[in-house]
Design a binder for this molecule. Structure first.
Ligand code: HEC
Ligand code: HEC
Ligand code: HEC
Ligand code: HEC
Length: 449
């Protein structure tokens, strides 16, 4: 009896040890595609609603989405083949964008039009087989995957006729998301830090997780087989690709110093911006390519519009935060095979507008959108969670400005990818669509002196 118990204990230890403990780069090729269930198997008759939600969101398209395909195949793969410093990204991009391919050693995977299993992107069975992360800090796909009959979730009272279930508290925590939403470049730069930004900010202290804002809980069914829940975790994951999520993120107000102005004299306006919605910085994540800028105009009573340029504050690296037509992104010449590439226009927006960004710099200190080729950063001039920033605009009114009402308008615009980059690389127009985050306007009167 005693021996039987010992033997049982031994066998149990063996099975525990058989559990995979590898994550990140070490997990390359440790499984086969067949170890992961296809998302339509989860969604065809049981998780019908979640499947429909997943289909709509970006994580079902991380491999197939056109801009991802262009960046990976036109830039990252050729770059990895030419520069040994970044050689690891040829496989590594897939650790987050096509995890089943990475863990099956199918890297680079066939292009999306081959319709291979890489196209499943971040599927149900990627997230629901995660048992932990390696180390203390989640980053660079260091999640530990244990595919099999047990699906890990957020409850301990769920039962399924199709598979076993187990609760894994990690799934309800920001650290889980951080495994893919924090990224360190081969140069050691934190080129994605959404989870780290959250951790440093007010929401983590209040216990508000990523899931609270991106997987809101509402009454609903989690499976066609199960009983409805009062708090079903919706798989919306809405973000930059959902204008509704982006709109209203920042509140703005203009206040003029005076109510009446005289032609030829100076007027000063202050615009206050408050980030009321994001749990991390805005912009976050793929910040190397996000544009967020403040455009201020004054329109006189005859409808003539003047563009106001932002006042300089004088901090180091401020030029990166003021729109201009300088050339940038010269490091794209390496993967594109263009020696001495002069670069393309940096911003493609009206000169003199304030940009809330953190410039990514390559090893030669030039601005880059190739996050994997980033060695350092310029000033971080983004809006932190619940942060307020203010900008001033000092304007000498032209002598011929019309008397009467003067409308001053401040608009905060957002774009996922700068227009010059989208046009140069042939990325579909939607990717460079301009979204109005918010606006405010106020009125002054132009009077004769
Ligand atoms: C990016 C990771 C991710 C993907 C992809 C994903 N899920 Fe989830 N899922 C989660 C997380 C995280 C939770 C728990 C949320 C919480 O605790 O608030 C969850 C919860 C669930 C639950 C339980 C919900 C509840 O409230 O009881 C079910 C069922 C589920 N997912 C099924 C699916 C199915 C089916 C798919 C694919 C169609 C899928 N998930 C895709 C991360 C994911
Ligand atoms: C296995 C890796 C992985 C995990 C785990 C993961 N994500 Fe993602 N997520 C991605 C990738 C890759 C993208 C980029 C999609 C694309 O190509 O645009 C993304 C995109 C997103 C987006 C952006 C949608 C948009 O509109 O642009 C949101 C929001 C998001 N994830 C939230 C979460 C949250 C919340 C969690 C944790 C519950 C999570 N993710 C876990 C890999 C992951
Ligand atoms: C308090 C609510 C809140 C919390 C908490 C929160 N987010 Fe967000 N998130 C937002 C809002 C609002 C947006 C839309 C504005 C934007 O794009 O930043 C957003 C956008 C995003 C995007 C898209 C950004 C882009 O530029 O593509 C990603 C990815 C994302 N969140 C992931 C996360 C992850 C991961 C966490 C946890 C570490 C998290 N979020 C926590 C509110 C939140
Ligand atoms: C550690 C995980 C991780 C790695 C590694 C990674 N990505 Fe991503 N990638 C993400 C996440 C998460 C997002 C979404 C960020 C956001 O929306 O804020 C993203 C977004 C993108 C986007 C932008 C899509 C858009 O919404 O504009 C492209 C393109 C992209 N990745 C390509 C690549 C390429 C190419 C590589 C390899 C050089 C790579 N990624 C490596 C996690 C990763």
């Amino acid at each position: 009896m005693k021996y039987a118990a010992l033997l049982l204990f031994f066998l149990l230890t063996l099975t525990v040890q058989a559990q995979n403990q590898k994550g990140g780069d070490d997990a390359k090729g440790i499984f086969k595609y067949e170890n992961f269930q296809k998302p339509d198997e989860c969604g065809s008759s049981c998780h019908v609603d979640f499947y429909a939600q997943w289909k709509q969101m970006m994580m079902s398209k991380c491999y197939t989405h056109e801009w991802d395909e262009i960046e990976y195949f036109k830039l990252a793969v050729p770059h990895a083949e030419k520069d040994s410093k970044v050689a690891g990204v040829k496989a590594g991009c897939n650790g987050c964008h096509a995890p089943a391919s990475f863990m099956s050693g199918d890297v680079p995977p066939p292009k999306p039009n081959f319709n291979s299993r890489a196209n499943e992107s971040v599927s149900c069975d990627i997230c629901h087989t995660v048992t932990g992360i390696t180390g203390d800090t989640p980053f660079n796909f260091n999640f530990i995957s244990n595919p099999g009959n047990v699906k890990y979730g957020n409850r301990d009272d769920s039962e399924s006729p199709a598979h076993e279930t187990a609760k894994n508290p990690l799934l309800s925590k920001a650290e889980f998301c951080g495994a893919c939403h924090n990224e360190k470049s081969p140069y050691g730069a934190w080129v994605k830090a959404t989870h780290l930004e959250w951790k440093d900010g007010p929401y983590s202290k209040e216990g508000v997780q990523c899931q609270n804002c991106h997987m809101p809980r509402t009454p609903g069914v989690t499976s066609a087989m199960g009983t409805p829940r009062q708090d079903a975790a919706q798989h919306l994951f809405h973000g930059a690709h959902d204008p509704g999520k982006v709109r209203g993120t920042v509140e703005l107000r203009i206040h003029p110093e005076i109510q009446e102005v005289v032609p030829g004299e100076q007027a000063k306006f202050t615009v206050i911006l408050f980030n009321q919605k994001t749990g991390h910085k805005f912009p976050t994540g793929s910040a190397e390519e996000r544009m967020l800028w403040l455009h201020v105009t004054a329109t006189d009573s005859k409808g003539k519009t003047y563009h106001l340029k932002v006042d300089r504050k004088g901090f180091e690296g401020e030029d990166y935060t003021i729109a201009s037509n300088v050339l940038a992104y010269q490091d794209m010449g390496v993967p594109l095979g263009i020696p001495g590439f002069a670069g393309i226009q940096r911003d493609g927006i009206p000169e003199g507008d304030r940009i809330f960004r953190m410039p990514y710099l390559d090893s030669q200190g030039r601005m880059t959108i190739q996050q994997w080729n980033t060695a350092s950063f310029g000033p971080d001039y983004r809006l932190g969670p619940r942060e307020t920033k203010s900008e001033t605009f000092t304007w000498i009114l032209p002598d011929d400005v019309e008397l009467g009402a003067l409308t001053v308008k401040a608009v905060l615009n957002y774009q996922k990818l700068p227009t010059p980059v989208a046009e140069y690389l042939g990325v579909p127009k939607e990717e460079a669509e301009i979204i109005e985050v918010n606006f405010h306007q106020t009125y002054l009167t132009v009077v004769d002196d």
